[in-house]
Write a protein that binds this ligand. Structure first.
Ligand code: UDP
Length: 388
């Protein structure tokens, strides 16, 4: 294929709609750029427009197409309907060899659904995560199960995720355990940067809370715990909370935390700034999926403010503790992480269960091999990357 021009390469449509999809698919776009048989084309749905643009920028990835589906006060139904309607034409015109979707967003489900109806093979990155409850997290668990039904290639981040798919009857030969591409993204952004040393006299706690199922009383209870922690520690503690723009989060955050001198309510940070802050924090309190995966990758423990997690590996490896939104639990575990140095170091000693930073390379190699490219020297063949 050495004489192939870019026009001769088959297109791979990479669909992104939200911040985590951008961060986790940017390494795949980058890895596909060196394929001799495939050319990545990025399509944005703009489910969350500003956060998506902000997340893509540090990777130098720009969408070639934009469905512009975002509206104010949008519902998952509206997002799904607009993606389904507006993606049909690009799918027909581009006729890609694959449509790649990531994770569990409404964008991912709707794009997978449309690709399936169009007869285009669906590739699922971060496949096989399951909470075990169809309604939690909502609507993500439903979305990711739906994508699995549509997908013909499943890139599982861990062996546990692969096992979930096998239990549901997914064909073993279509599953590849490759690691999570977020590890690749973190390595890419932090490479060459000097780690900021934490201030020994003033610990930083990073907070991100924004999940739909926590809106209302659960979120207010968690904010109450943050308030008590901030008041009890005073100047010895700095709490930094990049606040998600959703009014269900931003309103209560301002009301319940806005007057505290040691709580910084910030606008969403760009990814490099966020990772630098995370790396120099004592711990994070978060309900985000990505933050759970980043915790072992940046070497900082995380209190998981959710009742269930589809990332049990973060708990098993010791990097995460499930605290829900119960204020007493949040306070108890926060105090332990701040005050008990020996226990803190034990928490930080586990392996990183989410991969080695080569997931995107493996995904690009499998897709290229599917389109006839032979693996180069030192590259794994199909059976060596964990196809079951
Ligand atoms: N993130 C960011 N800036 C912020 C807050 C989060 O770049 O101010 C990143 C974070 O590092 C993680 C991702 O956004 O990789 C998580 O996105 P989000 O919490 O929106 O989605 P989830 O991971 O819960 O699906």
């Amino acid at each position: 294929m050495s004489g192939a021009t870019s026009d001769a390469r088959a297109r791979v449509l990479i669909v992104v709609g939200t911040r985590p999809e951008a961060i986790k698919l940017a390494p795949v776009v980058e890895a596909l750029r060196s394929s001799r048989v495939l050319r990545p084309v990025v399509l944005a749905t703009s489910q969350h427009r500003e956060l998506l643009v902000q997340a893509l920028a540090p990777f130098g990835v720009e969408p070639e197409l934009d469905l512009e589906v975002m509206t104010s006060g949008q519902s998952p139904i509206g997002v799904a309907a607009r993606v389904l309607e507006r993606i049909e034409r690009p799918l027909a015109e581009l006729a890609p060899a694959f449509v790649v979707v990531q994770g569990d967003t409404t964008t991912a489900l709707a794009a997978a659904w449309a690709a399936f109806y169009s007869g285009i093979p669906v590739v699922h990155v971060e496949a096989g995560l399951r909470s075990g409850r169809a309604d939690s997290p909502f609507p993500e668990e439903f979305n990711r199960r739906g994508v699995s039904v549509a997908a013909s290639l499943h890139f599982a981040p861990t062996a546990g995720a692969r096992d979930n798919l096998l239990r549901e009857g997914v064909a073993p030969g279509s599953i590849f355990v490759v690691g999570n591409t977020i590890v690749d993204a973190v390595a890419r952004i932090l490479s060459g940067r000097r780690r900021q040393e934490p201030d020994p006299d003033r610990a930083t706690v990073l907070v991100t809370l924004h999940r739909r199922e926590s809106f209302g009383p659960p979120l207010e209870r968690a904010f109450g715990a943050i308030r008590r922690l901030a008041q009890e520690r005073g100047e010895r503690l700095r709490i930094v909370f990049p606040v998600h723009p959703n009014p269900n989060v931003a309103g209560p955050a301002r009301r319940l935390l806005g007057d505290l001198p040691n709580v910084e309510l910030r606008l969403p940070l760009d990814y490099p700034e966020f990772l630098e802050l995370f790396s120099s924090s004592r711990f994070a309190l978060s309900d985000s999926g990505g933050v759970q995966e980043e915790a072992p990758t940046v070497g900082v423990p995380v209190l998981v403010a959710r009742d269930t997690t589809e990332r049990p590996e973060v708990l098993e490896s010791g990097w995460g503790i499930l605290v829900g939104t119960d204020p007493d639990r949040i306070l108890h575990e926060s105090r332990l992480l701040l005050d008990d140095d020996a226990a803190y170091q034990v928490r930080r000693s586990g392996p990183n269960p989410f991969g080695d930073g080569l997931a995107a390379r493996r995904i690009a190699d499998v897709l290229s091999a599917e389109c006839g490219e032979r693996p180069g020297p030192g590259r794994p063949g199909r059976s060596e990357v964990g196809a079951t």
